[in-house]
Design a protein around this ligand. Structure first.
Ligand SMILES: O=C(O)CCC(=O)C(=O)O
Length: 264
């Protein structure tokens, strides 16, 4: 591990109180640049297939990553520091439920402010500790121009209405997150956020690895694991991925995105 126990606790504290923490320069940037090259044809094919479906906003695409090389890489989704913080936040035996990308292209716009999940108990208007996390990392450097993720601190702990009121009143600020390739963010997906416009000709893919409490089922984001990938995984990865469907090969799988309703 790169971080000491007390540093892991600091990151955990930050994520609990602010809704997110950022680990700078944690993943190998060169590897992620190779991912970006491999990702471009997948993005192009997806844009072609989904033409006319702009449910996340104009020129903004959600693409699930195939769970094969180079993406099915334990150095990324099974990173010891990340998993230690994730376990502190969502408990022992948590699961990995999502492995995808969000990419704004030129022509994208500001999204509405949103969360990625509803609260667990909307009836009582009280937010619980974390139950659903996203680990986000970009495949290119994020700048002012190419659509930085905009987020707010502390809004995961209040109702969405309260959070929006505080943002409106200027009591809580929207913060643009500049991230270099290799930086990663661990966030509670209830923190109110939005995508911003990419004003360049270069796509800005942001990977998202989702981790949930062990009892939470999110059918819209399952990861299909080809048998030969499954057989190569460590015990720890198999445990993380234990509830995801296994398939003989990805050729037989319908790759149409079913994760359409994304904003709460
Ligand atoms: O990657 C981004 O810029 C944010 C996208 C987002 O929040 C979403 O589509 O739910």
């Amino acid at each position: 591990m790169r971080y000491s126990q007390s540093e892991i606790e600091q990151f955990t504290h930050e994520a609990i109180t602010r809704g997110q923490c950022v680990l700078r320069g944690h993943f190998p940037a060169e590897k992620l640049r190779r991912w970006n090259e491999e990702f471009q044809p997948l993005l192009e094919a997806h844009v072609e297939r989904e033409r006319g479906n702009e449910n996340r906003g104009a020129q903004r695409y959600y693409v699930t990553l195939p769970f094969i090389e180079p993406f099915a890489d334990e150095e990324i989704f099974c990173d010891a520091d990340v998993l230690a913080i994730v376990e502190n936040l969502v408990g022992k035996d948590f699961v990995m439920c999502q492995f995808a990308t969000d990419t704004p292209l030129r022509g994208s716009d500001y999204q509405d402010l949103h969360r990625d999940t509803p609260p667990l108990f909307p009836e009582i208007k009280v937010e619980t500790p974390s139950f659903q996390l996203a680990v986000n990392f970009p495949l290119v450097d994020v700048t002012e121009e190419n659509g930085p993720f905009e987020t707010t601190y502390g809004t995961h702990l209040m109702t969405k209405e309260k959070g929006l009121q505080k943002i409106e009143a200027g009591e809580i600020k929207l913060e643009k997150l500049m991230m270099k390739t290799g930086d990663l963010m661990i966030r509670d997906v209830r923190a109110i956020h939005r995508g911003t416009p990419n004003k360049t000709d270069v796509p800005r893919p942001m990977c998202v690895v989702g981790y949930s409490r062990r009892w939470l089922f999110r059918p819209e984001v399952s990861i299909r694991i080809p048998r030969h990938t499954w057989e190569s995984l460590s015990w720890r990865s198999k445990h993380l991925l234990r509830f995801n469907p296994r398939v003989e090969s990805l050729d037989e799988v319908d790759t149409a995105e079913v994760y359409q309703s994304f904003a709460y």
